[in-house]
Design a protein around this ligand. Structure first.
Ligand code: ARG
Length: 457
C-alpha cells in the first residue's frame, strides 16, 4: 500500500529531508486555479476524442468543482508527500471520484502541465499588471494636469539646467511607464501559447486535439515543438525582464520623490499615509514608500538574474531545475503588483510646493541658454553666444545675483547686441513659453501632451 505516485518503480520512499527538498507544493499551490482550469480543458479534450468516456468527464468535472471549493475554503490539506500542486489536486480528485480521477493524466505529463499552469498564471498576472499600470499612468496624467504650468528647475547632473514645468516632468514618467506597458503586452504574446500535448517531452500516442485545448484555455496557439514546450522558460525570463525595467523606472521616480521631499529641497509633500515617523526623532516624516520601492528594485533584478541563471546551460528537455522558476517569478509578480498599486494611490497624494520650485529657479542661472538663443536670433553664431553668456554668468555669480540682476550696461560689456527686451527673455515664464514645439515644456504644449496622453490611455 505505497501511497506515493511512482511507488511501482521504487522499493523505498524518499527520506523526509529529500521529500522536503524536492517538494514545491508550499509555493506552487498558488497556481491551483490554473491547474484545475488546465486539467478540465484537457479532460474535455480527452472525452471529445473518445480517449475517456463522457461519464469519466462528468465525474472529473464534478470532482474538480469540489476540489476547488475545498481549496477556496481552506479545507484541502496540502501535503508534501504529494510533492506539488498537480499531484495534490489529482490525488484529491481521485479520492472523490475514483477511476475517472486516475484517467485524468492520460496523455499528459507534469512537464507540460506545469508549463501550462505557469503560462496561465503569468497571463493573468500580466493582465492584472496592465490594469494597475493604466491606473498609475492615469494618476500621473491627473498630477501633470494639475501642475501643467507650474515652473520647476529641470536638472542635468543634478545641477539646475533649464526651467521646465512640473507637469512636463511628470509626463516623462508617463512615457516610461507606457513603454513598460508595451513590453508586458509584447511578452504576453509569447506567454500565450499552449504546451499541453507535449507530454513529458516527445508528445503522446493518443489522438489528442491540441488546438481544441488551446482554444478552451484562451491560448493564441500551441507551442510548435514538444521538447521546447516543456523545457524553456524564456517567456518567464522575458516577463521578469519587463518587471526589472519597470522597477528601474519606479526607482528613478522614487529617487526623485525622496529628494524632492527632503526639507533641503522641499519641492513636494507626500500625504502622511505613505510616510512613517521615527521612533526616536519626533520631527521626522520619512518617505518610506519610495525608499522601499527603490530597494525592491534590486530584489526584482535579483529574480531576473536567478531565472537567467536557472535556465542557462540546461540540456533539452525538462529538468527539475525548472521547479526553481516559481519563487523568483512569483516574487517579481508580487513586488511589481504591490508597488504599482501603492504608486497609483500615492500619485494622488503628492502636493507641489510651487514657491520652493520658483525659489530654486532663481538660483543656478536657469535661463542662460535662453540668453544665448536670444543672441543667436540677433545674428551671433551660437558658439560665440555661448561664450558671451558664459562671461555674463561669471559676472553675475561674482556680483551675487541671478542673470536678471545684471544691469543693461553690464550686459552690454558681453555683447552690444543685448537690449532692454532681454529681461523678458530671462524670465522663467518666457523661457517656458518659447519651447512650444511638440514634446517641449511650454505649458500649452504640456496641456496638448496631456490630452494626447489621455487619448492613448
Ligand atoms: N513541480 C514540478 C515543476 O515545478 C512539476 C514537473 C515535475 N516533473 C518531473 N518530471 N519531475 O517543475
Amino acid at each position: 500500500a505505497n501511497q506515493y505516485t511512482w511507488a511501482g518503480r521504487f522499493s523505498e520512499p524518499v527520506s523526509d529531508l529529500v521529500k522536503r527538498y524536492t517538494a514545491s507544493v508550499d509555493f506552487d499551490q498558488r497556481m491551483w486555479r490554473q491547474d484545475i482550469r488546465g486539467s478540465l480543458a484537457h479532460a474535455r479534450m480527452l472525452a471529445r476524442q473518445g480517449i475517456i468516456s463522457a461519464q469519466d468527464l462528468a465525474d472529473i468535472e464534478r470532482g474538480m468543482a469540489q476540489v476547488a471549493e475545498e481549496i477556496e475554503s481552506g479545507q484541502l490539506a496540502w501535503s508534501i508527500d504529494l510533492e506539488d500542486v498537480h499531484l495534490n489536486i489529482e490525488k484529491r480528485l481521485t479520492a472523490l471520484v475514483g477511476d475517472a480521477g486516475k484517467r485524468l493524466h492520460t496523455g499528459r505529463s507534469r512537464n507540460d502541465q506545469v508549463a501550462t499552469d505557469i503560462r496561465l498564471y503569468l497571463r493573468d498576472a500580466i493582465d492584472d499588471i496592465q490594469v494597475l499600470l493604466k491606473a498609475f499612468r492615469s494618476a500621473l496624467i491627473d498630477l501633470a494636469e494639475k501642475e501643467a504650468a507650474t515652473p520647476m528647475p529641470g536638472f542635468t547632473h543634478l545641477q539646475v539646467a533649464q526651467p521646465v514645468t512640473f507637469g512636463h516632468h511628470v509626463l516623462a514618467y508617463f512615457e516610461m511607464f507606457g513603454r513598460d506597458a508595451e513590453r508586458f503586452a509584447d511578452a504576453r504574446k509569447r506567454v500565450n501559447r499552449l504546451p499541453l500535448g507535449a507530454a513529458a517531452l516527445a508528445g503522446t500516442t493518443y489522438p489528442i486535439d491540441r488546438e481544441f485545448v488551446a482554444d478552451q484555455l484562451g491560448f493564441e496557439g500551441v507551442c510548435e515543438n514538444s521538447l521546447d514546450a516543456v523545457s524553456d522558460r524564456d517567456f518567464a525570463i522575458e516577463f521578469t525582464a519587463a518587471c526589472a525595467l519597470l522597477m528601474m523606472h519606479i526607482s528613478r521616480l522614487s529617487e526623485e520623490l525622496v529628494m524632492w521631499m527632503s526639507p533641503r529641497v522641499g519641492f513636494i509633500q507626500i500625504a502622511d499615509r505613505f510616510c512613517t515617523g521615527s521612533s526616536i526623532m519626533p520631527q521626522k516624516k520619512n518617505p518610506d514608500v519610495p525608499e522601499l520601492a527603490r530597494g525592491k528594485t534590486g530584489r526584482v533584478y535579483g529574480q531576473l538574474i536567478s531565472l537567467l541563471t536557472l535556465m542557462k546551460s540546461q540540456p533539452l528537455a525538462y529538468n527539475k531545475d525548472n521547479q526553481e522558476d516559481k519563487e523568483p517569478l512569483f516574487d517579481a509578480v508580487d513586488t511589481v503588483t504591490d508597488t504599482l498599486r501603492i504608486f497609483a494611490d500615492m500619485a494622488g497624494g503628492i502636493t507641489v510646493r510651487a514657491d520652493n520650485m520658483q525659489a530654486a529657479l532663481t538660483q543656478g542661472f536657469a535661463t542662460a541658454t535662453d540668453l544665448a538663443d536670444y543672441l543667436v536670433k540677433k545674428g551671433l553664431p551660437f558658439r560665440d553666444a555661448h561664450e558671451a553668456v558664459g562671461h555674463a554668468v561669471k559676472a553675475a555669480e561674482f556680483k551675487g545675483v541671478d542673470l536678471p540682476g545684471l544691469t543693461l550696461e553690464e550686459f552690454r560689456q558681453f555683447s552690444p547686441l543685448i537690449d532692454d527686451d532681454v529681461y523678458t527673455v530671462l524670465t522663467v515664464e518666457g523661457s517656458l513659453a518659447s519651447r512650444k514645439h511638440i514634446g517641449g515644456t511650454a505649458p500649452e504644449q504640456v496641456k496638448a501632451a496631456i490630452a494626447r496622453a489621455r487619448h492613448r490611455l
